[in-house]
Write a protein that binds this ligand. Structure first.
Ligand SMILES: *Cc1c(COP(=O)(O)O)cnc(C)c1O
Length: 353
């Protein structure tokens, strides 16, 4: 089955052998306070930083999901309010969870065809955390490096947190331009679900210590204290951490991966321009995602394309949220081979040209 679903998405085929190796090496039943686990965890932290181009002084943490990271950050870095800039379902959900914990949190919506209007953002001066989604998986938009730089320059004194769930490990993100970045691994990492990686700047950790919020098992200060010794506050997903080590060891550096994905995204966008029945949901090429391609058509055609693709052993991604019925999505993730996209293109040429 070819899998173009943007999460859970295709896992690297090598994962099959790594699963057996994990069993054989005994790591699956190793105590999470013991030397074997600590060595593994330390190795993975080193690999994440090296392969994903993460600044040496950033702190790496393991969580269970991106959703958990949303909650950790609101709990541990805000007392009163966060500000959420969003144009799609994941950014909005983060805002909604923030509001439940901190009712004064504010949401600022922007259009799917525009860049975040950085100079006009009505962000309250007393906000403690600015949150946005670098790659909005629900509609296939991205926040460009230039916009992130502008945000960073305009809000230098405020912590900025970035949900990079469907781009981290796919794009060469400039982590230095924001304080917190996180992703769950079932997207660009090419791993099974149930693990997330979060990177925090020294300034974010300083703030967490200052706030000293210790009311939860996943309070950021507890996570920080445990991670000083490469441990977690609870028994972590050891299997997935092991798989991540094996996958990252074999992976090229992120710069090369980003170039490959960028070329492939350009190729796919050009390819789909020839079909009059399908339109790009995102008309402005500047804000189109490089890792999630969203195509729009009438509901019947969307249904038909997904069904027909399944019949040919190809899974297209359903639309999401507001765009559930009139769009479908195609993941452009590193674990998917170029040849698989050639097959996808042949399918569309055959049935829809
Ligand atoms: C998939 C996704 C999430 C949710 O990830 P979980 O692992 O289910 O918590 C959050 N944000 C974005 C942008 C996503 O793509």
């Amino acid at each position: 089955m070819l899998n173009f679903y943007p999460g859970p998405s295709k896992v690297y085929p090598e994962v099959r052998q790594y699963l057996l190796d994990a069993y054989d090496e005994g790591i699956l039943e190793a105590p999470h306070r013991g030397e074997q686990f600590v060595q593994l965890s330390r190795a993975v932290v080193g690999l994440i930083k090296r392969k994903l181009n993460i600044p040496q002084d950033y702190y790496i943490f393991f969580a269970s999901s991106a959703t958990e990271c949303w909650e950790i950050l609101i709990q541990s870095l805000t007392k009163y309010k966060s500000s959420h800039i969003y144009n799609g379902a994941f950014g909005e959900k983060w805002f909604q969870y923030a509001q439940k914990l901190r009712p004064h949190s504010e949401g600022i919506a922007y259009g799917i065809n525009e860049a975040i209007p950085v100079s006009e953002l009505p962000i309250s001066p007393d906000t403690e955390l600015i949150c946005f989604t670098q790659n909005e998986t629900s509609n296939g938009t991205q926040v460009t490096p230039t916009t992130i730089l502008n945000l960073h320059n305009r809000f230098r004194d405020t912590l900025i947190a970035v949900d990079a769930t469907s781009s981290m490990a796919g794009l060469n993100l400039k982590l230095i331009k924001a304080d917190i970045w996180f992703a769950s691994v079932q997207k660009c990492f090419g791993l099974p679900p149930g693990l997330a990686v979060m990177a925090c700047s020294p300034r974010a950790i300083f703030r967490a210590k200052q706030m000293a919020e210790r009311a939860h098992y996943n309070s950021l200060v507890f996570m920080y204290e445990k991670m000083l010794n490469y441990q977690t506050t609870h028994t972590p997903n050891i299997l997935n951490i092991y798989l991540m080590k094996r996958v990252l060891e074999e992976r090229p550096f992120i710069k090369g991966i980003e170039q490959h994905l960028t070329d492939r995204a350009n190729d796919l966008y050009t390819f789909f321009e020839q079909f009059s029945d399908f339109q790009m949901l995102i008309e402005n090429p500047d804000v189109r995602s490089k890792t999630v391609i969203t195509l729009q058509a009438n509901e019947k055609l969307v249904e038909d394309a997904k069904k027909r693709a399944l019949h040919h052993n190809m899974r297209l991604g359903n639309g999401y949220g507001n765009w559930a019925r009139n769009t479908f999505r195609i993941a452009n993730f590193p674990a998917i081979q170029d040849e698989e996209y050639e097959e996808l293109k042949r399918f569309f040429l055959h049935y829809y040209a």
